[in-house]
Design a protein around this ligand. Sequence first.
Ligand code: NDP
Ligand code: 2IT
Length: 449
Amino acid sequence: MPSLDEKLEAILAEVIRRNEGEPEFHQAVREVLESLGRVVAKRPDYADGALIERICEPERQIIFRIPWTDDRGGVRINRGFRVQFNSALGPYKGGIRFHPSVNVGIIKFLGFEQTFKNALTGMPIGGGKGGSDFDPKGRSDAEIMRFCQSFMTELCRHLGEHTDVPAGDIGVGGREIGYMFGQYKRLTNRYEAGVLTGKGLSYGGSRARKEATGYGNTYFVQAMLLTRGRDFDGMRAVVSGSGNVAIYTMEKIASLGGRIMACSDSDGYVIDEAGIDLDLVKEIKEVRRERISEYARLKGTGAHYITGGSIWDVPCDVAMPSATQNELTGRDARALLRNGVIAVGEGANMPSTPEAIRIFQEAGVLFGPGKAANAGGVATSALEMQQNASRDSWTFEQTESRLASIMRNIHDICASTAEEYGTPGDYVLGANIAGFVRVAEAMRALGVI
Ligand code: NDP
Ligand code: 2IT
């Protein structure tokens, strides 16, 4: 009989063999399996019935052609994906990403992470993820609309409020969700509000959904800081990215008395000695849809733009990576440590490399992994589904207070699980085990399916 760790290693080797050329998926699976040794030692029955092997295999993977017409009349082709990973806890739930780097391995890693994240929220949602290698940069509004309509023309047959409920992610915000919902409604002749979340407030969206991921990550880090008797007041924060998650992370941190030193996009980063002016970032990114380099040009004195480079070289107390996977490397973690970082909250999905996580944990930095820290977005999506199902619409305060209490619960279950398994303060282990146990319990009850 192989030892349990050998058994988990064999499962990982098989995942790698059967999913060749998908390094991000291997990375996400490896991290979870590394946490499961302890749980399986305590509860060997969780390894029965090939349960762990089944958790690593998506229930369904859909890949399709997306033809669309650009403004000059040229016909373009992109590839669309939806990976319906696990529906033990509820309908598949997870965002749609439009970015040229999207491939099936990226969507699988995101769908795998989403399954455990959604379980941690305690809401009845399974895990899924989708997207396309379409690059929205530089595309007109009309091109974005035609692309979204073509994407939904194929995807609609796989969705439904009780089947699969997408939302936004990189490159997909309120505008894209509106076009997709419009096309779904037209094709199905159903006003099925709960089929997509992140909708606009004029047609069934939830208040606080737009803010939820960034606010939620801030609440999670606030809870971690509290375990050491600290709070955000007077803290210097660096937030990578300048999209949906980054903007509302900066907003909540600033409201708690923190000072935002820098933010970025994929071309470079800006530092503002006076603290980042959030209204200006919103104007550049949400209204004009321009590059963050514009910030320094429009702001003038005190603001600097650095092309390329690493935003993690900017000294800070709290780092909130909120752009994309593997954006924070071992080298970056060492730079942050030298500059005295005390907490890291992952707004993005898998933004820290395994080496970076190890460095933070060995140094005793409070580290909130994405599947716990950024779960506020999908949790508020589930609140949007609740509002849609009951044809209700809650106030901002009501919705945000639900979000805040969900984030406190996620923090507490990660902390108590880490303690139960003998590694207090290890939120990675706590999140992986607590999420796994919820999915595993439901899967066992449902039989071999
Ligand atoms: P947005 O498209 O609104 O913003 C993405 C930001 O990240 C942009 O500033 C973008 O810069 C930057 N970025 C994207 N790709 C890269 C890259 N390859 N290298 C460097 N920078 C990059 O997306 P979101 O804010 O919604 O998503 C950000 C992260 O948060 C993602 O990892 C997403 O999966 C995760 N997330 C999102 C949730 C949500 O509710 N939206 C919920 C939970 C997690 P540029 O414009 O130059 O591309
Ligand atoms: O990664 C994520 O959790 C999201 N992009 C949000 C998913 C959702 O369904 O709200």
